[in-house]
Every structure is written in C-alpha cells, then in structure tokens.
Write a protein that binds this ligand. Sequence first.
Ligand SMILES: [Zn+2]
Length: 316
Amino acid sequence: MAVLTIVAVTIVLTGCPPRNETKKNKAAKSNLLNNIDSTTLINHLAYLSSAAMAGREIATPGNQLAREHIVHTFDSLQIGKTGDSYLQPFPFGHENQQGTNVIGVIKGSQYENNYIAITAHYDHLGVRNGDIYYGTDDNASGTAALLTMMAYFKQHPPKHSLIFVAFDGEEKGLLGSKYFVSNCPIPLANIMVDVNMDMVSRNDSNEIFATGIYHYPTLKKYVDSIQPFTPVFIRYGHDGQKAGADDWTNQSDHFPFHQKNIPYLYFGVEDHPDYHRPSDTFDKVNKSFYYQVCTMITAVTALLDQAYNPSEGYAH
Ligand SMILES: [Zn+2]
C-alpha cells in the first residue's frame, strides 16, 4: 500500500496523466484516493452528531463527551502528545469558564521539526429553546475527517510531522484556534501550512471550496494536481478582495494561522438551508460526497507533505 501511494503521488507531481493510461497508472490513480476508511469516517460522524452530544457547545457535558471520543481515538491510534496530555485547556468568558483543544502529533520520518497542522473544530451551538443544534455538517464532519485521516497517516508515516488539533470554542469566536497560535506547544514557525476543515459533508452540486489560494497562490497547484483524480468539483474563491461579503478568510480556525503568516488551505462547502439550524442532522449528509471530499483532502495533505522542502518552503 505504502509503495503504491508513493507511485501515485509521483504521478501527480509529474503532471497530468497521459491520454493512454497504462494499467499501472490506473491502479495508482485509484489507489491515490483509496486512502481513508469510509465506515470509520461515517461511524465517527454519526456518534459526534448524535443526540447524546447535545450540540457540543463549549463547556457543556455534551462537548465533554465529544472530547472524550476524540481523546479515546487519539489514544487507541497511539498518537503522540506534545506534553503530558492531549488536552490544551484555555479560559474564556467573564466567569472563568474553560474550553479545551485536543492536540496530537504523528512524527515525520524525515523532517521531524516541520509540521503540517490538520485542524477542525468539534464544538457547536448546543441546545437553544429546547432544540438540539446537532451540527453534523458544522462541524462533526470536519472532526470525523480529522480522526479518520489520522488513522491513515498513522499507517502511512509522513515525511514531515503532522499536528492534529480539534479546536473548541470556534462558534464563540475562534476561541480555541486563537489560543492555540498564541500558546502553541511547538514552535509556531515550524508549522508549514494549516489544512482546516469546517463543513465538508454535503453539497447539492458536488462542490467544495478550497480557500486560501488568493493569499497563498503557491498552494494552488497541489490542489489542482488532485482534481483530475476526484469526482468532487474543487472550487476556488471566498478569499481576497473580489469575495466581498463572502470572504471566508476570517470565518473559521484557519484565520489565526493566517494572522501569523502561516499558509492555509481551508476546505468547506457553501452554506446550506440547515446551516446553524437544528436541522443540520446526520440524515442530510451525502455520504458518497463526504467520503470523496475526505479522500481528496487526505490526498492533498499527502501531496503537501511530499512537496515541502524545509529550506525552500513549497515549490513555486
Ligand atoms: Zn463551523
């Protein structure tokens, strides 16, 4: 499996597939997106967006239950820690309340001190007026993707280190990610890029946005390289001056990284009618789209890992 993956990435790096594809290329191509396990992905999603989590609002028992599931998954995959614990507590609000990020590391085989951050927030809006805001797409979907990608990279060790962060308090104003970049357990300068996922499980047009390209144009070719291998339409936009009111630059946890000049790719779908409503539920997920999006993001991340040169950054 590992050898085939390297072959596939090499093909991507060397450009478009030839018109008359060989059997070998086709096998490598299908293998490129055969990276994560769909059953694991869906099981994480179903559990994180279940009624037991009661919408996962920061500093609630439902939020804690979600965090325990994340920690349990980190533990069972034997993911590394940056200190004694996976947990990074942080204070918020006027009443000294506490939120908690969950942080784990897979050490790189060649460049241990250079990191790719893979991030998603696990909190949501909780219960309001008796209604559970399940937050399946926002953002149980990104959290489940993070956990499933982690299993893949544990089996296929990256060249650079990966730091996985499940953020708390995003819905209250990016609290967890702001705290993380100001209190980073590794040198912040060692983070090469942030791959952030927030709302990745449904879209009627089979489209997902890869944003951040306006700010960091050298990242575009890595996303472009994966497009021919996925049935999902990867769209650009929602960043930069033309985006106007639809600029997503400060809309999720990639923003604090951007403020520290760390390049980011943020993957997310266009808003849908169930956005921030109690009806953002598991039954609305397009499982096939969701799985394909997550295999695509995993492939882009693997490519970013292959393509980074610590002395030169990402190739232009
Ligand atoms: Zn969100």
